[in-house]
Design a protein around this ligand. Sequence first.
Ligand SMILES: C[S@@+](CC[C@H](N)C(=O)[O-])C[C@H]1O[C@@H](n2cnc3c(N)ncnc32)[C@H](O)[C@@H]1O
Length: 402
Amino acid sequence: MVKYTTIKKNLKFEIEKGDNNDLAFLTHYLQNHENGVAPHFKDSAIKFYNELNAQLDCVLEPEIQLVLPMDFDVPFPPPEKIDFTFIDLFAGIGGFRIPMQELNGKCVFTSEYNFYAQKSYELNFGEVPFGDITKLNLDIVPNHDILVAGFPCQPFSISGKMKGFEDTRGTLIYNVLQIIEKREPKVVVLENVKHLVHHDNGNTLKIILKHLEDLGYLISWKVLNASDFGVPQNRERIIIVGNKQKKFDFSKITEKPKMILKPFLEKDVEFEYLNEPYTLIENFRSQESGLIFVGHRNKKIRGAGVRPGTEHLSRVHKQPNRIYSSEGLHPALPSQETSGRFWIYDEGTVRKLTINECYRLMGFPDDFIKISNTSELYKQIGNSVCVPMVKEVIKQVKDQLL
Ligand SMILES: C[S@@+](CC[C@H](N)C(=O)[O-])C[C@H]1O[C@@H](n2cnc3c(N)ncnc32)[C@H](O)[C@@H]1O
């Protein structure tokens, strides 16, 4: 069987910045050639493949079918047994895709427009996401059982400007609704920041739910915390589940006992210690959330002046000053903290969480390939979803609604 990485090497795969979807067509075709989904991608994929083939003269067969099926020698290949299909919108680095594949879900379409996230996604899953969802001809989206979308949260988040639907990123939910209307998936799973519940006095959420109901879906939603799913991070996110026959019952989701940071920390690697004055407080206690705030840097980022136009980030600005104990939980990793100033107190020293530790706090397996510069990596993981939390939700979706 031909290996995916061999074909990739021969074809000199290079994801480009911009709106070119050639590689998305090709890789979607490679992953879906015999499951009824291929017609959505076939013509464009073969055209592109033949152009490449002619240019490089590296694969003799005139038709792409001759290299299929393919051995997806990537960390997270498609499942061998398929129980359901799904589409992964605003896919980021694939926080939904990992657990859904583990539950025998086959991804049949994915969209993500960030160049670095696309590169990471391709390396880990062997598929290039389609780009900007607002520019896609939605006819290429195949039928599917479950639609998942962690639509951009900055317009609703308290660490963003909270402009909601006024922000063009806030209206991306309408692109999702268009796909739902067109393909009528059995189940819709949406994820966003907890603040969506309160945004514009609850009106934003009300509007989103009303649209889903108008499309015939019965909706349930709940704010879940990553810390209840085996990772030491206090990260609350709203999960909205819609189905046409039956309401999803969140009470059946199994939660786990809270964990602390300590067992998730790396050993024997080089740490970045805090090499400036800081203050440790006396008699610190565990907060109700499970965080143990033990001190702060003496430098006041916030007091030192927030740049004009960044006032909305004041809350995020505070976090790089704070130090939390490894005997407790960590606060939510935000996507805006691109220098990764997450300070922990461990073994009598204050140091930054490493990139690998941040990915562990989100439940990503250690064999997940992390590429690009560190600021992109911090941004990507801060944008992502907690993998074990999604897994529990989808497990229940499978049991209750499929
Ligand atoms: C909150 S993140 C979701 C991350 C994802 N759930 C994960 O596990 O990594 C939202 C993502 O939507 C992407 N995005 C924003 N606007 C987009 C658009 N118009 N088309 C496609 N992707 C978009 C962003 O680049 C970002 O990665």
